[in-house]
Design a protein around this ligand. Sequence first.
Ligand SMILES: Nc1ncnc2c1ncn2[C@@H]1O[C@H](COP(=O)(O)OP(=O)(O)O)[C@@H](O)[C@H]1O
Ligand SMILES: [Mg+2]
Length: 249
Amino acid sequence: MSILQVSGLAKAYGGIRALEGVDFDIAGPGIYGLIGPNGAGKTTLFDAVAGTVKPDSGRVMLQGKDVTGWPSHRMARAGISRTFQECRVLAEESCLDNVLFAAQPKGLGATVRQLVTRASGHRRDLREEAMRLLSMVRLQDYAHQPAALLSFGQRRLLEIVSTFISSPEVFLLDEPASGVNPALLEVLADFISAMYAERPRVFLVVEHNMEFIMSLAQDIIVMHQGRVLERGTPAQVQASPAVMEAYLG
Ligand SMILES: Nc1ncnc2c1ncn2[C@@H]1O[C@H](COP(=O)(O)OP(=O)(O)O)[C@@H](O)[C@H]1O
Ligand SMILES: [Mg+2]
């Protein structure tokens, strides 16, 4: 049984066909790359798989279960966790609270989750885990500082770390390296590799930084104009004339 299977997934925004029938099958754990030119539909695919938007047609199967069209909190409970391309952190809250907040059930609504996080006194094991994750991306000294003090790259790391406080089956990371400076890029790549070693699940990573994604992922899915154009190893994808044409097109 596949872990994540997407078939015929379609989504239009008015006249814009963001997804035109996306098909792929992720059979087992691994770090998978999802690349493609701007506007290819990568973020919309994440939106549809994570329940942020409802697809017009097609299927999303998670471990053999049809989860198509489920709202995001249900997807989260079913085991799909994501980050956002535009990076979403709670700027007023401390970095530690940001991570702990992400550990609360998603169905509660943001305000209630914040209240629960504050009122719970933070279970010690959860708090320790949050601190460990923050240290792995060198944010331990900011644990009690508001996220607003972080650089853009650090905020992205904070959002990514927050995704890993729960233990989903599928992690969707939307352009994790974008806006992250070269010094932190290595920290980020090491963090993702370390998380995968700890939790060998499905990591699907959208990325424009080719060097970053080609060294991180062993299986690359290429999207173009709302469809899967190609899939293969980094070497196969880089040698593909169709992929080259899509990027130059
Ligand atoms: N909320 C939206 N409203 C209207 N058009 C959208 C929306 N989201 C995405 N699109 C359009 O859908 C297409 C695919 O976008 P997107 O999924 O963001 O691509 P990518 O992440 O690969 O750059 C683009 O043409 C984009 O402008
Ligand atoms: Mg995008």
